[in-house]
Design a protein around this ligand. Structure first.
Ligand code: SF4
Length: 474
């Protein structure tokens, strides 16, 4: 995916006028939020598990080199060929070389955001290999020629009606009806034959288990098993932060992942891959590669961005983000959207290229609250804002406004006077209308929303009046 986060404002303006996008986002985020709430309420150990998960990730990150070497030794002993890629370019070259060597013509792929991050589509195109996306949502966006808009539900931006007309147009045999069951059956019909004839299967991994050398994938459709087992060659591309010391640690994270991601106790398929086909195995790949990708991750170690490496890619932060719910994932113009993407994109590219993303946040804190590994996303976004300020990247108008705010906020008397006058002014401005729809210096803000006429008096004035009333009643 080509990063276009520098056009964030342009994308937002477009997204806010897209009625279908609004319908799709409202339907799905609402459902995911209520399902998550329900399964968390039914999981009494949730708070404990969350603390344990954070501790597991923090411990592993502290000893990352040790666990990665342990994984490499065990995976190699299992028969895997382990490759190290410092950059997306190196990862693409490794994947491309393996495909050429295998004489591959087709490759099935099971969804992985790391694959998007390194540009696996380009690697396969360079090697002359046809790419077949096997996840239902990835299949939809491949047919539509689009990029994922969510890390767990890549086609979240599409309504069922849009998917139905896409399948009518692109599938060899049109779906029997536009019911969800028939749409899924149609995708299955298209994909099933391709699974069995693919030369290479490419997957990501949700976790790497250091003490056994196994990789773990989690899906709901069984497409991981169909992608990784029939082809002769299996390539795993995975970020180095996905490592955990052992099986017990993986199970703690697995229990949180499904709950946070889709509001289920566990996903339909959780598979542990331990190497290539052995002599007495009925099937499996004979050639098995694991590509461990860094791409700026090791630069985050030991910095205030290290907690971001705890991320287990559940997507809960975006499902609960009001900005994401208003503009969708494509507006971010990056592989990772939403709150976690607003941290990862500048960390993996540059602050200049992603300068609007840390500011696309109301700092309401919901993302941190729902994060199963307790990543302080709002604090990190503030860190980036501070870095922007120090680097002189904050726009002049915002600099002027922040300096003015800083001056007033440090002087309580002036602050009270200014807030009282602002409320008075806003009430006057909205007089007779009840709402403010136009105002100098706030045209961008008011373009897509209006402001109700404020209550009489500032917060402090109302608070003082209520305290005064309480005292006089005594
Ligand atoms: S930051 Fe937390 S909530 Fe967001 S995807 Fe990562 S683990 Fe999930």
């Amino acid at each position: 995916m080509i990063q276009t986060s520098e056009k964030f404002r342009e994308h937002v303006a477009h997204a806010l006028t897209d009625a279908d996008l609004k319908i799709a986002l409202t339907r799905t985020t609402g459902l995911l939020q209520s399902r998550r709430r329900q399964v968390i309420d039914e999981y009494p150990e949730y708070a404990q598990a969350r603390i344990r998960a954070q501790a597991i990730k923090d411990h592993t990150l502290k000893h990352l080199g040790h666990y990665l070497e342990m994984f490499e030794a065990n995976a190699t002993a299992n028969g895997a060929k382990v490759h190290w890629a410092a950059t997306p370019g190196e990862a693409r070259r490794i994947v491309s070389d393996i495909c050429v060597k295998a004489g591959a013509k087709t490759a099935t792929r099971v969804k992985s955001m790391l694959g998007e991050e390194i540009g696996i589509a380009e690697a396969l195109a360079d090697a002359g290999v046809e790419r077949i996306e096997t996840d239902l949502a990835e299949h939809i966006i491949q047919l539509a020629g689009e990029a994922p808009s969510h890390i767990v539900m890549p086609a979240m931006h599409k309504t069922r009606e849009q998917v139905a007309s896409l399948f009518d147009e692109k599938h060899g045999v049109a779906p029997d009806s536009h019911d969800v069951t028939d749409l899924v059956a149609s995708a299955r019909r298209e994909l099933r034959k391709k699974f069995l004839s693919a030369d290479v299967g490419i997957s990501g991994a949700n976790f790497l288990i250091a003490d056994t050398g196994a990789i773990v994938t989690v899906t709901n459709e069984g497409n991981s098993e169909l992608t990784c087992t029939p082809p002769k060659t299996h390539i795993v591309t995975v970020g180095i932060e996905k490592i955990v010391p052992g099986m017990d640690h993986a199970t703690v994270l697995l229990r949180l992942l499904a709950r946070a991601a889709i509001g289920a106790e566990i996903t339909q398929y959780t598979t542990f891959y331990n190497g290539p086909k052995r002599e007495d195995d009925a099937d499996g790949p004979t050639d098995y590669h694991i590509v461990l990708v860094d791409n700026h991750r090791s630069e985050m170690l030991g910095t205030d961005l290290q907690p971001m490496l705890r991320c287990i890619r559940c997507g809960a932060c975006m499902n609960h983000c009001p900005v994401y719910a208003a503009v969708g994932g494509h507006a971010y113009g990056a592989v990772y959207p939403g709150p976690m993407g607003s941290v990862l994109t500048p960390a993996m590219s540059s602050l200049e290229a992603a300068k609007d993303l840390p500011n696309a946040c109301t700092l309401n804190g919901r993302c941190k609250e729902v994060c199963p590994v307790n990543i302080p996303l709002p604090d990190m976004l503030r860190t980036f804002r501070a870095r922007q300020w120090e680097a002189g990247l904050t726009p002049p108008l915002a600099q002027w406004a922040l300096k003015g705010w800083g001056f007033v906020a440090r002087r309580p008397r002036i602050y009270r006077l200014a807030s009282g006058l602002s409320v008075y002014g806003l009430r006057l401005w909205a007089f007779g209308k009840g709402r403010i729809r136009k105002m100098p210096l706030a045209s961008s803000w008011l373009k897509y929303r209006d402001l109700p006429r404020p209550e009489k008096g500032s917060f402090m004035q109302q608070y003082n009046a209520s305290e005064h009333a309480k005292r006089s009643r005594k």
